[in-house]
Write a protein that binds this ligand. Structure first.
Ligand SMILES: C[C@@](CO)(OP(=O)(O)O)[C@H](O)COP(=O)(O)OP(=O)(O)OC[C@H]1O[C@@H](n2ccc(N)nc2=O)[C@H](O)[C@@H]1O
Ligand SMILES: Nc1ncnc2c1ncn2[C@@H]1O[C@H](COP(=O)(O)OP(=O)(O)O)[C@@H](O)[C@H]1O
Length: 351
């Protein structure tokens, strides 16, 4: 059987308001998201033995990412489960149940999107898995040699995406542009973006649990609306400012992890452009006002200040203190990436 591949994108929330708490424990949201070109790499191949074999690696390597974060390469912040708790694994279980496929899957997952960052890496991997596995099942259904399998339709994928997580339906739609998500995140409306937007993202080397951030958050009163942000990005980029980018979870996340607030201050000190935390954190981003600015200059400035701080701390406290588990912006480490909004659909490659 062939291998099916794609590159699941990350996302940034440009606006997030909490409208209320529901009886099922979830929060009613109004959020505006864009997919960005920081991407994981996912390959899925149907195999005969009825097992799911999943290998997960950091790209370019775990030690390279650990160096950037200033943590030891066995630090738990870099642990991504390769067991049934990985959303890729759970997505394949749902596909098998729905399609009646009785074989197994060999899966390779290369991570670039930091975990627990508010960038939706796990959700995007899960949505991409549903799309790849559905394409494989469709091919299997056509093959006379195979067991009977049921082809999966868009409605099946949507229902499975909702079971996997609130953010997963957003990533099922591989189009570019900007999305408004309401309900618990599954009620989606897509808008065309006339041009791409550039950002610099900073991940401070601490993972935040989405559930814990929501547990500690407050329902807003009065509530803001995402209309203003949608209009600004789609029609009036000159009106994008610190005042309209908003995330109701930001103060809760800063309270749970000082590194989140430190990263936001660091961004504000280095750039005059608006900055905001994404999702439930821990990553933050700067939006670059000039569409011709590649973000590389700001990213290079941030890397320089990060490395100066790393060297200073290393001289003060020695290298052992630098690589202590959990050290992050405090000790100089942070992932810094210049990213753009995705302007093209994520393709499925078959080989
Ligand atoms: C905050 C957001 C913003 O886009 O993104 P991330 O920071 O996770 O990327 C999302 O709302 C996260 O969506 P997702 O990561 O799929 O969360 P889920 O697995 O559905 O939920 C994890 C937990 O978060 C809480 N939760 C999630 C969504 C929501 N609308 N209300 C909630 O209260 C619930 O306690 C739930 O058990
Ligand atoms: N495919 C995956 N990639 C990354 N993390 C995963 C994956 N599947 C499950 N997880 C677990 O989900 C947690 C949060 O996932 P992630 O989507 O990266 O964060 P966020 O909700 O902040 O966007 C991780 O800490 C990890 O333990």
């Amino acid at each position: 059987m062939p291998t099916y591949r794609t590159s699941p994108p990350g996302k940034l929330n440009l606006f997030l308001e909490i409208l209320g708490k529901r009886d099922d424990g979830f929060h009613e949201l109004d959020t505006v998201m864009v997919a960005i070109d920081l991407r994981d790499e996912l390959s899925v191949r149907p195999i005969e033995p009825p097992e799911i074999s999943l290998s997960v690696d950091w790209l370019p390597s775990r030690s390279a990412i650990a160096d950037e974060l200033g943590v030891a390469s066995d630090a738990s912040v870099l642990d991504v489960p390769a067991d049934p708790s990985n959303l890729v694994h759970r997505a394949l279980d749902l596909v098998n149940q729905a399609s009646g496929y009785r074989g197994g899957w060999e899966v390779g997952l290369g991570k670039r999107i930091p975990a627990g960052a508010g960038m939706g890496g796990a959700s995007s991997d899960a949505a991409a898995t549903l799309r790849l596995a559905a394409a494989a099942i469709e091919d299997l259904a056509r093959s006379p040699a195979s067991d009977r399998v049921r082809t999966l339709h868009d409605a099946d994928l949507k229902s499975m995406a909702e079971q996997l997580g609130s953010d997963v339906p957003f990533f099922l739609n591989p189009t570019s542009g900007l999305a408004r998500a309401r309900g618990r995140g599954e009620k989606l409306q897509f808008f065309d973006l006339p041009r791409s937007h550039e950002f610099v993202v900073v991940y401070p080397g601490v993972a935040l649990s989405t559930a814990e951030v929501y547990r500690n958050c407050h329902v807003s009163d009065p509530v803001r609306t995402g209309d203003v942000v949608i209009d600004a990005f789609c029609n009036e980029p000159s009106t994008i400012s610190e005042k309209i980018l908003y995330n109701a979870l930001q103060s809760t996340a800063c309270g749970l992890s000082p590194q989140v607030g430190e990263a936001l201050h660091w961004l504000a000190d280095t750039s005059s452009n608006p900055c905001l935390m994404t999702g439930s954190g821990s990553a933050s981003f700067v939006w670059l006002a000039d569409p011709n600015d590649s973000g590389r200059t700001l990213a290079a400035d941030l890397v320089r200040t990060r490395d100066q701080r790393t060297n200073r701390l290393s001289e003060q406290s020695g290298p052992e203190a630098m690589i202590a588990e959990g050290s992050s912006v405090r000790s100089g480490g942070a992932l810094i990436r210049a990213v753009s909004t995705c302007m093209a659909a994520s393709e499925i490659l078959i080989a």
